[in-house]
Design a protein around this ligand. Sequence first.
Ligand SMILES: Cc1ncc(COP(=O)(O)O)c(C=O)c1O
Length: 391
Amino acid sequence: MQEEGLEKRFILNLLEKKLEKDFSYDSGAILGSMCTEPLDVAKEIYLKYISKNLGDPGLFLGTAALEDELICEIGELFGNKNIIGTFTTGGSEANLIAMRIARNLRSDIKNPEVVVPVSAHISFDKAADLLNLRLRKVKLLDNYKVDLNHFESLINKNTCAVVGVAGTTSLGLIDPVEEIGNLVEGKDIFFHVDAAFGGFVLPFLKRLGYQVPLWDFSVKSVGSITADPHKMGLGVIPSGGYFVKDASILQKTGFEIPYLAGGPFKHFHIVGTRPGGPIIAFWVILKYLGINGFNEIVKKCMDNTEYLVQRISEIRGIKLAVDPVMNVVGITTENGVSICELEKALRNDNWMLGKFLDLNLIRVVIMPHVKREHLSNFAVDLEKIVKKLKL
Ligand SMILES: Cc1ncc(COP(=O)(O)O)c(C=O)c1O
């Protein structure tokens, strides 16, 4: 660190150079991210309220009340407006909180286990590591769907939680939440649904007339849901969401924070200081877009998804892993050869996709920043590379 402060203009120039290496959403190169450019109005509001701290809600009573109001609105969207919840740094923190709750609700189990599909996000492995849980991973069938018989066989007296995913990271698939619910119905096992990605897609897909299986609080046994504003909610980073059906769980498992200037309170969080800006921004997004605005955004993503599906079907040597159920497209090779060379060649051409080696697929997430012309250019390059690699 230098002794004297530098001129702002000089610093900005320096910064711009240093950040030149970053990819931007509007370039079209980012085809494998579940985040996107936040809505302009969200950025504006976030900046205006950047200093709000929900780590001390007694000092920011208005922001805390806004968070509760937002949770209620989201509850309505997710099939139960009488939920409680909280906003987090993202889906990983929300899933970690869910697993901690599940473990603590069953403190009678000495060696607690969680049954999770093998397609669940890595945040469950992190949670298991941090919380000393044993993950029992459910196999997938050949069509990448969860093997329900295997799921059932892994549930035992040590099971404190089961997990279903509504919008898997790899393929955007929706686990059979209703059927998993039936497996734990009447048992003292916490059922968490990870809809970090799908949470702000599925309610709108359903309204648009797509076939959407039950995945939310309308399934009786679902105890909590993760759904992230900073993914398809078009919110600012960081904003994840964690929503819980039974309000008494906060009293049973929350941390008591006694020392705050605004007064003591209970929370679920890993973090203390917690940004209010992203939450206020998301409250504004819901008001600004309304259901119809979200419908329009999701419809455009789905139209673009169908366009890419069509283009891929015209390229010999590669194929879709599955027919997309939301705006996630998995691409694999027709003859089962490794996807690695294709992914590398695409990356060399500045196409940044997700790579899932265990499933031998590369993945495009058709986020709102992904435009038709980006996909058209991508399809041309993809075809050239597939031919060159003789896949
Ligand atoms: C299904 C699912 N859950 C959780 C997460 C983790 O979210 P975050 O990166 O916001 O922690 C992701 C990230 O892509 C995800 O796809």
